[in-house]
Design a protein around this ligand. Structure first.
Ligand code: PHE
Length: 448
């Protein structure tokens, strides 16, 4: 139910909003890319295991903190703390998540802006505006600045409207469009020559690679990024869920949607690459691995679309609109993190806070664009390789070691009377206390 501070009006509203946050460029670009560069199906297998065994428990910890606290990440964690040092710890973790998500949005906005410009290019091509088309897909600082700004304006416009009217309403509109587009594109690609070979490469695991440390690290990082963990976002979304909902099931449903869409995106991207190969496009780099990273999305796929002739314009349009929608439902969740903090802690009016913070993040993006070679990779590493796992681990430590067991149970029981006797309650508490923090720490230190 909605409260004075806002909230999701329905279960579906929460599921679509949280899935909207989770499903983003990480799923549609990151996951297939990582799969391509980490041995195909072996990566998919490890990812599935880690998503359910490590990311889901950590995701539950964040949702529970938020629903208990009914406030932004910092305040929610402080409410659980009993002593002064616990409150300080709460502040560091909660605020750390907010800083992390601000950094993520600053680079994510640049990529999302690029997706938007690539989505408009087929339209200008169709209209015969050739100069505009080449500018839209050129490596231009001005183009990046303009489209990052446009994307931020869209994000700000939605967040200014609040939880129910902004986040929930737009997630309900955009998520079905995203799933529909994804399925249509998969069906189309499957009719093309070469797709079946790609399908086989995607689903045929090289089991010998499953225990490779690099593969494990990439899969864990990908799972955490995908579920938006360690960023305060799921804490704040948790705080907008009604106390009458069963959080354990809701969390599992969102995880399942997130993982399924990543899997589907793989079904689109990897076969597309093999279709491109059938048309003479190089899809393997010099070392024999599949091309991944920016080259895949901004070179290989556009070359494929161009090779399709007139219909390629529509496919390219559909693909980059899909990417832009995925990015937007994630970016709104990112902006909500710092906005909820400033609104609730500093009594600033929501619209003002949103515009101000959104503009500030755009300035950060502009700095990155202007110093791209130095800052882009650095900000990504700082926030996603170090920040997210660290904060997510501290959230597990917080729930496992600081929050009293009886308090946690009481929160889980809201909307789930029989929780005490469930398998979840038998496994999850010790799992979050011991297994999650140690597993995350091992992988984290190994990656250093
Ligand atoms: N989960 C989003 C994606 O996969 C990214 C994201 C990270 C969203 C952190 C919110 C917070 O693209």
């Amino acid at each position: 139910m909605s409260t004075a501070r806002g909230g999701f009006s329905s279960r579906m509203g929460f599921i679509l909003a949280a899935a909207g946050s989770a499903v983003g460029l990480g799923n549609i670009w990151g996951f297939p890319t990582q799969t391509a560069s980490n041995g195909g199906a072996a990566f998919v297998l490890v990812y599935l295991v880690l998503a359910f065994c490590l990311a889901y428990p950590a995701f539950m910890a964040e949702l529970l903190i938020g629903r208990y606290g009914q406030a932004n990440a910092v305040t929610s964690m402080e409410k659980i703390s009993r002593s002064l040092w616990q409150k300080r710890f709460a502040f560091v973790v909660g605020f750390g998540g907010i800083v992390c998500v601000v950094l993520i949005l600053s680079f994510y906005g640049i990529l999302a802006g690029k997706m938007m410009s690539y989505a408009i290019e087929p339209v200008t091509s169709l209209l015969g505006l050739n100069d505009a088309s080449s500018w839209l897909i050129s490596q231009s600082v001005v183009r990046n600045l303009i489209f990052t700004a446009l994307f931020m304006v869209l994000t700000i416009a939605i967040i200014r409207r609040g939880v129910e009217d902004g986040i929930e309403k737009w997630s309900k509109r955009l998520m079905p469009m995203l799933i529909g587009l994804l399925i249509l594109l998969i069906i189309y690609v499957f009719t093309l020559e070469g797709a079946k070979e790609g399908f086989a490469a995607y689903l045929n695991p090289d089991i010998s690679r499953v225990f490779e440390p690099d593969l494990l690290i990439s899969a864990l990082g990908q799972a955490f990024f995908s579920l938006s963990l360690g960023t305060s976002v799921m804490v704040i979304y948790g705080s907008y869920i009604s106390k009458s909902e069963n959080l354990v099931t809701l969390g599992a449903q969102v995880t399942l949607i997130d993982v399924s869409i990543a899997f589907l995106a793989g079904l689109l991207i990897i076969p597309s690459m093999y279709v491109a190969q059938a048309q003479g496009v190089a899809i393997f780099s010099d070392d024999g691995s599949l091309i991944s990273g920016p080259n895949l999305v901004f070179d290989v796929l556009p070359t494929l679309f161009t090779g399709m002739g007139a219909i390629g314009l529509f496919v390219a349009f559909g693909f980059f609109v899909l990417m832009s929608i995925a990015a937007l439902t994630s970016s709104i969740s990112m902006l909500e993190g710092p906005v909820s903090f400033v609104v609730e802690r500093h009594n600033v009016e929501r619209k003002k806070a949103t515009t101000f913070i959104g503009f500030g993040i755009f300035i950060l993006s502009a700095l990155i664009i202007l110093n791209f070679d130095v800052l882009f990779g650095l900000v990504i590493s700082l926030s996603t390789v170090y920040g997210q796992p660290l904060i997510a681990m501290l959230c597990c430590v917080f729930v496992g070691w600081i929050w009293q067991r009886s308090g946690v149970l009481e929160e889980i029981k809201q909307g789930n009377d029989s929780a005490e006797h469930s398998l979840f309650w038998k496994v999850w508490p010790w799992y979050t206390k011991f297994v999650c923090p140690s597993a995350i720490a091992i992988v984290f230190f190994h990656s250093l």
